[in-house]
Design a protein around this ligand. Structure first.
Ligand code: DGP
Length: 142
């Protein structure tokens, strides 16, 4: 396995060098919308500490990411009137990983509606901004 690359795109977002549509932050985790959502509200949760994926992430950071994943999934069910949530997480290229800072996908689902293919279409900035605002408010109120 390769070493962690501090210049990966999510590391730049975590350092504030690139913008994102933030929905949640605490001392150990950060969450923002996927700009190529597989469904509206598709969110990514990351540990703040450098980790390529679950294979090198300290267990406590991984456990915290799981707690935040649950919190966001619960809020997303309400705010997007979802019928379910798909949680995905990929490790290394062979496992489907494209960006090499550990992240968990939270994808709100409507019954009978297929997800778009991975990274197929960039969502409009105003749509992402509105969804992020709604989700962030629901998480803060939870
Ligand atoms: P994966 O590493 O396979 O779990 O997929 C990476 C995801 O990250 C994919 O759904 C698209 C998304 N993505 C790629 N570049 C950016 C970006 O610059 N900003 C955001 N918010 N998402 C990105």
């Amino acid at each position: 396995m390769h070493a962690y690359d501090p210049n990966n795109i999510f590391a730049k977002i975590l350092r504030g060098e690139l913008p994102c549509y933030k929905v949640y932050e605490d001392d150990r985790a950060f969450a923002f919308l996927d700009i190529m959502p597989r469904a509206p509200g598709h969110t990514l949760v990351l540990p703040k500490a450098p980790a390529r994926n679950i294979l090198d992430c300290p267990a406590d950071d991984l456990a915290h990411v799981a707690k935040v994943t649950q919190k966001i999934a619960q809020a997303a069910m309400k705010v997007f009137a979802a019928d379910g949530i798909t949680v995905q997480q990929f490790n290394e290229g062979a496992g489907g990983q494209v960006v090499f800072h550990l992240h968990v996908h939270i994808i709100p689902r409507k019954a009978g509606v297929m997800m778009k293919p991975p990274a197929s279409e960039k969502e409009k900035p105003d749509v992402l901004a509105e969804l992020a605002k709604k989700l962030a408010a629901a998480i803060a109120a939870s």
